[in-house]
Ligand binder design. Structure first.
Ligand SMILES: C[S@@+](CC[C@H](N)C(=O)[O-])C[C@H]1O[C@@H](n2cnc3c(N)ncnc32)[C@H](O)[C@@H]1O
Length: 466
């Protein structure tokens, strides 16, 4: 019997045994895909070794070439297709698989949801096999849904280009039209690319465009080292698109991957955009977070509020509260809401949004969520959290448990950190009862989830039907 072992091509064999064959870079073999990873790679096994291959779906057979060896797995590339899955569709974008964005455009949308559901069930079963993972709520039309784009800008072959970074690089893949950005964003993006001079583009790094479908308003932020006559371009832009209500130059001289800096000049209108969230009027600073898929945001928040099951006497703490969207919706059903958020502009927005919407039973505090949870002594009936991708801190979870809330509703855009944090909640006597996934990012590998976490004794009562 011949064994393959995982070993880098330039290393010596792990054992002096001529029956052991070493898989090397550039090896080619027939390969059947058995699963799809949460990063969109086809997964299969070849003589005991796991191989990840892009643009490959379960049930497909191909000739694969190994392009990279790692200690415990290999990465392969399709060199010839032998059997094609019936889940495969022709991508509606010429840059699919190149721009680092939509890793699932080649998969029928219904099947994207099925694959994501299986991945979530597998993931959360490792935390607790009793967690109920509900079927993901998808979109009727999974295109042109995004309300915010941050296009890198550059110069290639003497021409201004914009697009997206190729995965794990700083190389711009030029894109003229994006199938998941709103049509208005596409239109304004094209106009700006056509009107930016080489001199102006040279000093820019990103073009940020936010579009509110609900109010029709658009915000454009030029991000770069220097403003080279962007005032004139702004005048032409607002003349061509009267719906543009805010144009900003954000001066960013940093050399890292942080897109927005603190220095900015308003070139037209204000630094904020008028938005809506369900029936709330929302003022949105360009530095404040807002969900990128407004239709699915409403689905998500409705689900989260249902899981929270709020009553008029409930004291609610909302950590990572952004512009106050969830907190203000919760305040309508609860006794009082305290929102905690670290970005000062977002907290200012939340306070103004509270006033705009005539909601009195809420307070918004600018503070690190973990710090707040640690120093807060006021008990809470319900805690709602919606952290960024990296999730919560262990200390924050322990401090939430110390407040002894009946329920915690955890909204997450990263199932992996959610699973990790549910494990931490379990250690402090809180268990996830159910998870409602909402497909906020169709055609990409992303998935949003709302999880209901309850105190162990509540769970026992629930199981006993009390
Ligand atoms: C996923 S967003 C959710 C915002 C809001 N709940 C919403 O749906 O619009 C996460 C928010 O957490 C904020 N944030 C990040 N780190 C934080 C921290 N350490 N403490 C408090 N807020 C933080 C971000 O600024 C952002 O507004």
């Amino acid at each position: 019997m011949i064994f393959w072992i995982v070993q880098a091509a330039d290393e010596k064999p792990a054992a002096d045994n001529d029956k052991i064959k070493i898989m090397k870079k550039n090896d080619e073999f027939e390969f059947e895909c058995t699963d799809l990873s949460d990063q969109g790679f086809g997964i299969g096994h070849h003589d005991g070794l796991t191989v990840f291959v892009s643009d490959l779906l379960p049930q497909e057979k191909v000739i694969v070439r190994i392009i990279k060896m790692q200690k415990t797995y290999a990465i392969g590339k399709v060199v010839q297709r032998l059997v094609t899955s019936k889940d495969r569709v022709e991508p509606v974008c010429a840059q699919a698989g190149k721009c680092g964005g939509c890793a699932l455009l080649h998969v029928n949308y219904e099947r994207q949801l099925a694959y994501k559901e299986k991945q979530l069930k597998d993931l959360f079963a490792k935390v607790d096999p009793d967690i109920e993972v509900l079927p993901p709520l998808g979109m009727d039309y999974p295109y042109y849904y995004r309300n915010k784009a941050q296009f890198p800008i550059g110069i290639q072959d003497g021409r201004v280009v914009g697009g997206f970074y190729k995965a794990r690089t700083n190389d711009i893949v030029p894109v003229e039209h994006c199938m998941i950005q709103s049509k208005k964003i596409n239109e304004i993006y094209k106009w700006v690319l056509d009107h930016l001079s080489l001199n102006q583009a040279e000093s820019l790094r990103h073009l940020f465009i936010r579009h509110s479908d609900a109010t029709g308003k658009v915000q454009v932020v030029f991000i770069g080292r220097q403003n080279k006559g962007l005032e004139g371009l702004t005048q032409k832009l607002v003349a061509a698109f009267p719906e543009v209500s805010s144009v900003v130059f954000n001066e960013n001289k940093r050399n890292d991957n942080v897109i927005l800096s603190d220095q900015y000049t308003v070139l037209y209108g204000s630094d904020s955009l008028d938005e809506k969230c369900l029936d709330l009027d929302i003022k949105l600073h360009f530095k404040s977070f807002f969900q990128v898929n407004p239709k699915q945001m409403e689905v998500l928040y409705a689900q989260a509020l249902e899981l929270a099951d709020l009553h008029k006497t409930d004291e609610v703490i909302e950590l990572y509260s952004g512009t106050g969207t969830i907190g203000l919706l919760a305040a309508r059903k609860a006794g009082h809401v305290t929102g905690v958020e670290i970005v000062p502009e977002a907290v200012e927005n939340a306070k103004e949004n509270q006033e705009r919407n005539g909601i009195e039973n809420a307070d918004f505090i600018c503070m690190d969520a973990t710090k707040f949870a640690h120093q807060n002594t006021k008990p809470a009936d319900v805690v709602m959290v919606d952290p960024p991708r990296k999730g919560m801190t262990t200390r924050g979870i322990e401090d939430i448990a110390a407040l002894a809330p009946k329920r915690v509703v955890y909204i997450s855009c990263n199932p992996r950190t959610l699973a990790r944090d549910l494990g931490e909640f379990k250690k402090v006597g809180y268990r996830a009862l159910k998870i409602q996934p909402v497909d906020m990012f169709p055609n990409t590998t992303g998935m949003e989830c709302a999880a209901l976490i309850v105190k162990d004794e509540t769970l026992n009562a629930h199981i006993a039907g009390i």
